[in-house]
Design a protein around this ligand. Structure first.
Ligand code: ATP
Length: 419
């Protein structure tokens, strides 16, 4: 039964095709419920009459196709306003086209591999243009209709599937929960280790874009193998979110025509230009850094502090730590005459355990041997909380007690200060 409204609550009436844009304040969470009509948050329908809790700092919109009344309570420093102009019609039109392609693929699922392939959508654009939000909507609308599309997140900066510094994929079986986000059941995760593709690396300026490309290829091959054996997920297709890492100012405007140009030899690829929603909130570098910290915290402790990570101690000799690329370059004297020294961006280098590891987040690889590291996905992450060089002991936080699934750890530059 619905609980009664507290005295501090207020109601907002939304006309059809309008949205209520909300930024929950820094300090107090917000509760709200749908009193009448129908409404959704980024493609996921809100259940009627149930109070939903939103944590501080969350930015989102409640959109209604046919009209709704919302009741809000708490969140003293929350800001909100109603907008009647949104690009939602064009977004749902894209969904309708994708839906038709999924149905066509399903009907051909016993036929050749090309026609049984559902739509593969890649969302590109500058930072803060609403790419993750559009990806979410397309996935949730598809899931609502019973499909299990695959979400692929190539954005190493934010980490909507797992911690930042990774590229990952996971099937979406239900509309995405507006607060909890993407379910973390069995994601396929590759650890890149940095939050941008070009990174200052251990004092060396190393461009790791090659490693990024190699990992994207590995992820693509693994997904391709999975789709080959699963007609259902093949027909449902993929939505791929990218990072806003597009070169140069002004490129933003040119992106669409540039893509059309590059892809004109591929008749099966459609380039669709969509409008950015006026509700998308720009985030400062400081805000992004903070939200990366929150993502890492959430991995270990859960969104509502509902997980109990374990502090473990291991001998240095029980673990092998590697980093990929950026290793010391071969001295000129060791190279053939005329060859220029260059750091191999995909070379796996063993790392001595030292104080330098303190406060870093390391990935636990599924690799059995160092040679397998690049082609292996990762099982999870640990966070280094103490390095005792004298006793050769390492203390780390892990999601659970006991031995990690592998002794091979990958190091990048992903750091976190637990607060
Ligand atoms: P990045 O390049 O960092 O990955 P992005 O292009 O993926 O950014 P989003 O993450 O989709 O952008 O959106 C930026 C922020 O704006 C998010 O916090 C999102 O929840 C919020 N947002 C998006 N659309 C709306 C809207 N219509 N109303 C209110 N907030 C919104």
């Amino acid at each position: 039964m619905a609980s009664s409204a507290p005295s501090s609550a207020r109601q907002v009436k939304l006309e059809r095709e309008c949205e209520l844009r909300i930024e929950v304040g820094e300090n107090s969470p917000l509760r709200l419920r749908l009193l009448s009509g129908t409404a959704e948050i980024f493609g996921t329908e809100i259940p009627p009459e149930i109070w939903l809790n939103f944590p501080p700092r969350l930015k989102f919109a409640i959109f209604t196709w046919h009209g709704a009344t919302i009741e809000m309570d708490g969140g003293a420093d929350t800001s909100d306003y109603v907008a009647d102009e949104t690009p939602m019609i064009s977004y749902v039109n894209v969904h309708a086209v994708l839906e038709a392609r999924r149905n066509r693929a399903k009907a051909c699922s016993s036929g050749d591999s090309d026609s049984s392939q559902g739509p593969r959508v890649i969302v590109v654009g500058p930072t803060d243009s609403g790419k993750s939000t559009l990806s979410r909507m397309l996935l949730s609308w598809a899931a609502k209709q019973g499909w299990k599309p695959t979400f692929v997140d190539l954005d190493v900066g934010q980490g909507s599937i797992t911690v930042p510094g990774c590229i990952a994929a996971t099937p979406i079986e239900m509309p995405i929960d507006p607060v909890e986000g993407i379910p973390l059941e069995m994601p396929l995760v590759y650890f890149y280790g940095h939050i941008t593709p070009s990174q200052l690396f251990c004092g060396l300026c190393s461009n790791n874009i090659e490693l990024y490309k190699v990992l994207v290829k590995e992820l693509a091959q693994t997904l391709e193998r999975q789709f080959a054996g699963n007609a259902e997920s093949r027909a449902a297709g993929m939505v791929i979110n990218t990072m806003g890492w597009i070169e140069g100012v002004g490129y933003e405007e040119k992106l669409c025509s540039m893509l059309r140009d590059v892809l004109k030899s591929k008749p099966k690829v459609d380039v669709v230009k969509l409008q950015k929603s006026g509700g998308v909130v720009s985030r400062t570098p400081k805000y992004r850094q903070k939200s990366r910290g929150h993502r890492i915290r959430e991995y270990f402790y859960g969104l509502a502090n509902d997980l109990s990570p374990h502090s473990n101690v291991a001998n240095f000799s029980d673990l092998s730590v590697y980093r990929i690329g950026g290793g010391p370059q071969a001295p000129r004297s060791a190279l053939p005459i005329g060859a220029e020294p260059a750091a191999d961006p995909t070379r796996v280098v063993a790392v001595n355990i030292s104080q330098d590891l303190l406060h870093l987040v390391l990935a636990v690889s599924f690799a059995k041997e160092p040679e397998e590291i690049i082609s292996s996905n990762v099982a999870g992450f640990i966070y280094i909380t103490d390095v005792d060089v004298q006793r050769k002991k390492l203390t780390y936080l892990a999601p659970s007690a006991g031995e990690p699934p592998s002794r091979i750890l990958i190091l990048g530059t992903l750091a976190w200060l637990e607060s």
